[in-house]
Every structure is written in C-alpha cells, then in structure tokens.
Design a protein around this ligand. Structure first.
Ligand code: ZN
Length: 458
C-alpha cells in the first residue's frame, strides 16, 4: 500500500463543532485513507514537504453543470440568449445540451466531459454532483478515467422536451417519465460503485415544472429503496412558482414537493431563490438541504444570498451551477452577495462557507468519511498555496481563503489517496490535449444554425 505524507503549514480541523485551523501538521495517507494527522514528520513512500500550504478536506461541489457550462460559456453573458428577461434554462441551456447529446459523436461528447472535469479538478473540487442529460453516459466515463469522486445525476423529465412559452410558462405533454426512470436504472446498474466506489449516482428529477407528480413519487420511492440522494431544481424563478400554483391547487414548488413526500433530509434542492419565507421554514422543518449557487443569478441581476437560507436554519451548501466552476470564487461571491443582501458584514462568515463545501456537504449526502481531515476518513484533500503575494502575510487562513483566494491558488488535489493535481497541474493526463479536443467538439455545436439561432432571435 502506497503511503504519502503531506505537510501543511495550516490544516483544517474542527473545534467546538466548527472549522478551525491548526499549525504545522503532517497528513499521512495510507492507500485511500488518512492514517494520521501528526506534528511529527512521518515516514512515507512519497513526501510533499512544502511549507506555506493550507491543507483542506477535499472540496465538495454538489451542484454544477460542467458539461453544459463548457458549451455555453461566454455566449450567455451580459444578457445574451435571454428572451424577454426570462431564464435561459429552457431557451438555451437545455436545448443546447440536447443538441450536444444528439449531434456529437460519443468521442466528442467524451472530449467535452473531460474538459469539464479537468477544470473542476484544477479548481480544487474532489467530489462533485453533476446533473446532466441522461444521453451523456460519457460524463461517467470521464469521471472514472480522470480520478474525480463523482455523483452523476442523470436527469429525469416528465417529457424530455419541456419548452417555455412566450409567457415563460413551461409546458410538458403527458407524464412519460417512465422511460427516463428506466434509463436511470440502467445507468445505476452500470455505474454505481465503480472505480472503488468513487462513482455514484443521485436521483435527479430535473425540476418541479418539468416533472409531474407520478414521476416525482416514483423517483423518491426508487431513491429510498437504493439509499441514494435526491437532487432537483426548486423555485428557480417566479414563473416556476406561478406554473406550479396553477397546476397543483395553489401549492408553492416547496409545498408541491412536500405533498409528494420529497421534502426530506435526503433532498438537495438547488437555488430556491423564488421561495417564500414560509417555504424556507417548511424546508428547515423537513431537514432538506439548499444548494446555493449565487453567481449564476448574480449574472442575471438577481440576489441568491447564502445567508437568507442559512438564516432560516436550513443546511445550505454552495455549488457553482452552470457558471464558472471556480468553487473558491463562488464562496467569495456567496460571502459578498450575502453581505450586500443583509446590509451588514457579519453574515455568511468564512468558517460557515468553508463548512458548506466540506463537513456540511458530506453530511448532506450521508458521507461521514468525506469532508473531514481525520484518521480513517477518505484521503480526499484540497491543498491551497498560501505564499502568493496577495495572501501574505497570512493572519487568518480561513478569512484569507474566502476573501482573497481563487482557483489559481490550488496547489494540489488528492482523491482516494491519488495525487491528481500537483503545483496546479493535472498529472494523470495531457491538459493541453484535453482542452484542445474539448474546445473543438464544442465548436462543432456552434457551427450548427440552430445553436446560433437561439441567440440571433434574442
Ligand atoms: Zn442547476
């Protein structure tokens, strides 16, 4: 069994149930587990003795769309693709990813998936939960090959062709989600537990306005039979709230999920920005988790404040969604946007935000072996280089991490004891080739008239 010793001038520990920092510790890794945290230099096969680094438990980004983000990047900035001020989810992102799954060859789709995962790893994520079109099994292939810990969340829809009308309302014909549940079951049979358990699945009904009651009930029953987490998009827009109220007897989206039995501790609900305070109180009472992704909404001029959800006593995590997979940058935005929203600085503090992508994230998916540096835990580590001029002198490592650091400061990424990134470079593949091939596949989509048309009409 290979042993690896890593020195941290600072390492993340816990004190009184909260993240805290200890000075000058060694982390000893044996195989895929942490064997010891010690002040004394241990003997090991491989030693990283690099003073000036902050060693964190592997960062967990439990809501991102690295595949569709790679395709849409820089096309949707400054309001492009947004029709009548409406969300681009139904007008641009879902149609584009559907195009990708039908037009690109399996090898091209794999190239896009690799590009997405490369940037996630270089950004310091060790565990990600990625919802994606169920016609993209290449996401699993790329995650397995590249070493990431991956909760794949292939979508289920009551119809695969949900479309928003001119009024923003989403329509779907019938309730034919049975086909998607069959696809999900097949993917689960093929992928769950592969790569020594690194590859897992989450049940992923797309959203309240694209999934009818029968499908949502069936999803919940199957997920609980298997013990897998459930993730969905919830209250992403005012239009979604109006649609659900009209369709389902005046219920809000949160009440709709509660009615169907989904609002529970195994649910990770992305966004909730159009949720009322009553909805948030209901979510807190049911123990559901909110996945807060502030930057994708900031881009559209909307406030998604981490502090609003956390302030209701809801377990609140931070993810990048479909915009800029820089998790440290997202935490910085979560801090700033919360402070603007609250009108004061003492909200969304650094320790809580670090916890949101480590300990709290692990708890939300029932993984006490992740999100913590302790003997027996999985050897998933994110190591940040703190010797940069913008981080010195380093008075308070956690506040510096949230306020000042970004993905360019990620020094090392370790998953299951395997060093995937060192000195900011991906070690297990050719970065330049992955980037070139992924970009070329994406250009093929933008060569299509229908892809460009989505923007010309805007
Ligand atoms: Zn999302």
């Amino acid at each position: 069994m290979t042993t690896v010793a890593l020195f941290g001038s600072w390492i993340l520990t816990r004190r009184d149930g909260k993240p805290a920092v200890a000075r000058d510790r060694w982390v000893l890794v044996e195989g895929d587990r942490i064997a010891a945290i010690t002040p004394d230099r241990p003997a090991a096969d491989v030693t990283y003795d690099r003073p000036g680094r902050l060693v964190l438990p592997g960062l967990m980004n439990l809501h991102n769309h690295c595949f569709s983000e790679a395709i849409a990047r820089s096309h949707t900035e400054d309001g492009r693709g947004r029709k009548g001020g409406k969300s681009i989810v139904y007008t641009v992102l879902l149609p584009l990813s559907k195009t990708a799954s039908t037009v690109l060859s399996p090898q091209e789709r794999l190239a896009v998936a690799r590009l997405g995962i490369l940037q996630l790893l270089k950004g310091g994520a060790t565990t990600v939960m990625e919802p994606f079109r169920n016609g993209l099994p290449e996401m699993f292939e790329a995650a397995e090959e590249m070493g990431l810990r991956f909760y794949g969340a292939p979508y289920l829809f009551s119809t695969a062709d949900a479309k928003a009308g001119p009024d923003g309302r989403v329509s779907y014909a019938g309730d034919d989600g049975a086909a998607d549940l069959a696809v999900w079951n097949a993917l689960h049979a093929r992928w769950e537990g592969r790569a020594e358990g690194r590859i897992r699945l989450a049940m992923s009904p797309h959203a309240t306005d694209t999934c009818g009651p029968d499908l949502l009930r069936a999803c919940a029953a199957r997920a609980r039979e298997l013990g897998v987490p459930i993730t969905t998009h919830l209250a992403q827009s005012d239009d979604e709230v109006a649609t659900i109220r009209a369709r389902h007897g005046g219920r809000s989206p949160a009440e709709y999920l509660d009615w169907l039995g989904l609002l529970a501790p195994d649910l990770l609900a992305a966004h909730c920005i159009a949720s009322s305070d009553d909805d948030l109180r209901l979510m807190a009472a049911r123990g559901a988790t909110v996945l807060n992704c502030p930057r994708v909404f900031a881009r559209a001029g909307r406030t998604a404040a981490f502090s609003r959800f956390a302030g209701h006593g809801i377990r609140t995590l931070v993810g990048t969604d479909g915009y800029n997979m820089d998790l440290l940058g997202e935490l910085n935005a979560a801090s700033l946007i919360s402070k603007i929203d609250a009108g004061r600085a003492e909200v969304a503090e650094s320790a809580a935000l670090v916890d949101a992508v480590t300990g709290e994230a692990a708890a939300a998916i029932g993984r006490p072996d992740l999100g913590v540096l302790a003997p027996g835990a999985k050897a998933d580590l994110t190591v940040v280089e703190m010797t940069h001029p913008h981080l010195q002198p380093l008075h308070d490592p956690l506040r510096a991490l949230i306020a000042l650091a970004n993905r360019a400061n990620i020094a090392q990424v370790v998953v299951d004891g395997r060093v995937l990134v060192e000195d900011g470079r991906y070690l297990a593949g050719d970065e330049a080739a992955i980037t070139r091939e992924g970009a070329a596949a994406i250009e093929r989509i933008w060569d299509l008239p229908e892809a460009r048309a989505a923007f010309e009409e805007a």
